[in-house]
Design a protein around this ligand. Structure first.
Ligand code: PTJ
Length: 249
């Protein structure tokens, strides 16, 4: 049952996000384990202060630059992402422009269809994912299914809430992977080309903001920005930031 959350509640924003996800579960968009994955994300969000850090802001800016220089960028959408930031993913895809492909860890045709319909309700067109005709190399289970004209041929893939195996497999295929993951220690975070340690709810609109700001820059400048990105260093900074919050000097 839907809960009405009073605005005065001290954890209002966090509860609204939870409610959105629960609604996504009731609508058949979110897998039941997506609720558990969200709990882990919430814990890390709490540790970073439930806001976009300067470190994440820079990652979001660099991600926007990479999406703008990409030849064939694709946004991979799963159940949690569709439910928490579906509209924002569609807006980002239009801005870049990029293709959207629904790619699920716990794949069922029914959930793929529902997520596509949800994205279409926000104006998305030609969402890929319901007729996979290729495989992510090295993943032989249904989550390896993908589309030739989408993830398979992409040079840059934005993957919010990814599982480590797939991220690694995409990198092995020579793609640059932008991950959004609140857990800086996850395998996804460690393997991605650019890791954004931020909530998908804040990260996607922020990447859109940077796409708008950077779109008139010349390609060389955007390339330099991307080439100078050091993902390991950024993850180290976020871990130092979290440890200082836990153990102030
Ligand atoms: O819809 P499906 O079938 O593709 O399934 C999606 C889930 C999320 C269930 C699946 O990909 C999964 O099991 O993921 P993991 O391995 O639990 O990883 C999810 C990661 O996302 C964890 O590291 C969480 O910290 C992180 N996370 C959770 N919620 C958010 C988040 N990161 C950013 N924003 C969030 N709101």
């Amino acid at each position: 049952m839907k809960m009405k959350i009073p605005k005065s509640h001290p954890r209002y924003h966090s509860l609204v996000i939870r409610e959105k996800l629960a609604e996504g579960f009731r609508k058949g968009l979110v897998h039941e384990t997506g609720l558990i994955a969200h709990g882990r994300g919430e814990a890390f969000d709490y540790l970073i202060g439930e806001r976009t850090t300067e470190i994440a802001e820079l990652a979001e800016k660099t991600a926007a630059a990479l999406l703008l220089i990409a030849k064939h960028p694709v946004i991979s959408v799963n159940g949690n992402t569709a439910s928490l930031a579906g509209r924002e993913c569609v807006e980002l895809a239009e801005r870049i422009p990029a293709k959207i492909e629904v790619n699920l860890f716990h794949r069922t045709e029914e959930r793929v269809r529902r997520i596509i319909e949800e994205l279409e309700s926000f104006g998305a067109q030609d969402v890929l994912g319901d007729r996979p005709d290729a495989r992510i190399e090295g993943l032989d289970h249904p989550r390896g299914l993908c589309c030739k004209e989408g993830i398979y041929s992409a040079d840059v893939v934005l993957v919010p809430l990814e599982d480590g195996d797939r991220c690694e497999a995409l990198v092995k295929m020579g793609k640059r992977v932008i991950a959004i993951d609140l857990n800086p220690l996850s395998r996804t975070s460690q393997r991605a080309s650019i890791t954004i340690v931020d909530n998908v709810v804040r990260a996607i609109p922020n990447i859109s903001k940077w796409v708008d700001e950077l779109r008139d820059k010349d390609m060389e400048e955007l390339r330099d920005m991307v080439d100078s990105w050091d993902n390991k260093k950024s993850l180290q900074k976020i871990l130092e930031y979290i440890s200082k919050r836990i153990n102030p000097p």
